[in-house]
Design a protein around this ligand. Structure first.
Ligand SMILES: C[S@@+](CC[C@H](N)C(=O)[O-])C[C@H]1O[C@@H](n2cnc3c(N)ncnc32)[C@H](O)[C@@H]1O
Length: 300
């Protein structure tokens, strides 16, 4: 029986040594309390995501419904209050759309350029939801461009797919490359993984002359131990710690640290003095990520 073996294996010797650490993650208390933070299941992910879904309003789900197929690739799906299947990737895309829609004159958006688009979830949402958009350019590594091209070809209708341009980051010249004037440059969860010189290249090449810049990146670095990651290769860590523009170590579960880091981060990612901050807000689900929208003053 379950408890016969449990008491023999885990509770056979209650002494000072047992008492000193029985509530540490992974120790005997995980059989008594109904949780263990080292649980190797989707339990905590699903609960966290479930609560985030409950907090959204009907308009959020109405927009989600407008972006077309969302299940290609077989993501983990939870259910909205009205019975709609929701996955985290497209949930983020609708959050990004909502933030931009609230803070931009979206009727004037003709050309968006996204640097580092992954499989294309943001492009899928914005091409469907910004009706006046004419061109959406994706700049990415060739292998990942092959994925976003194949993915977006399947989930977008022909007219919307025709608005997309795919640009290889590795052969990108410093010239114009036939890329039209950019109203908004987007970078999500990827400058933080690039060396400073690459980011500065993108600033000079696209962002400095664009109308707006939307960044959603991490506001600092954190120690792997603080989230319970163990046995991490030190040399890989040095690499990760040096990437991006917000490289200060912070406690991502300390509100004071988060507050200070956000203030620094907004300055670190401001392209140049002619850009001002139009809007900023932490990401709901992972508050050490920050949404920032900058606008360029065209007279400067
Ligand atoms: C963590 S993924 C984020 C993808 C997407 N923005 C999202 O949030 O779903 C990082 C992206 O940056 C891209 N990337 C990495 N280095 C790059 C570079 N030098 N230039 C352009 N994109 C790059 C990767 O190929 C990938 O698409």
């Amino acid at each position: 029986m379950l408890w016969d073996s449990l008491v023999k294996n885990q509770f056979a010797k209650i002494d000072a040594s047992f008492l000193s650490d029985f509530r540490e993650p992974g120790n005997a208390n995980n059989r008594l309390a109904a949780w263990d933070p080292y649980d190797k299941s989707m339990r905590y992910f699903k609960f966290l995501f479930f609560h985030q879904i409950q907090a959204k309003d009907p308009e959020f789900f109405a927009n989600y419904a407008k972006i077309g197929p969302t299940s290609l690739g077989n993501p983990v799906v939870l259910t909205s209050p009205s019975g709609q299947p929701i996955n985290l990737d497209h949930f983020f895309s609708i959050e990004e759309f909502t933030f931009l829609d609230a803070n931009l004159n979206t009727g004037e958006l003709r050309h968006i350029l996204e640097i580092g688009a992954g499989f294309g979830r943001t492009a899928q949402a914005l091409v469907n939801l910004f009706a006046d958009l004419e061109v959406y350019t994706i700049v990415d590594l060739p292998e990942v461009l092959a994925l976003s091209r194949a993915y977006l070809e399947q989930v977008l209708d022909e007219t919307k797919f025709a608005k997309l341009r795919f640009v290889d980051a590795l052969t990108l010249g410093s010239g114009h490359d036939g890329i039209p004037t950019i109203d908004l440059v987007i970078n999500i969860d990827s400058f933080q993984e690039m060396p400073r010189q690459t980011i500065e290249f993108y600033f000079r090449r696209f962002i400095d002359s664009a109308g707006h810049f939307f960044s959603k990146n991490a506001i600092g670095k954190y120690s792997p131990e603080s989230v319970g990651l163990r046995g991490i290769d030190e040399s890989q860590l040095l690499d990760v710690f040096s990437l991006g523009l917000s490289t200060q170590m912070i406690d991502i579960f300390n509100p004071d640290d988060l507050h200070l880091a956000r203030t620094r981060h907004v300055e670190e990612y401001r392209p140049n003095a002619s850009f001002t901050v139009v809007a900023q807000e932490p990401l709901g689900i992972f508050p050490y990520y920050h949404n920032v929208l900058y606008a360029r003053d065209p007279t400067q």
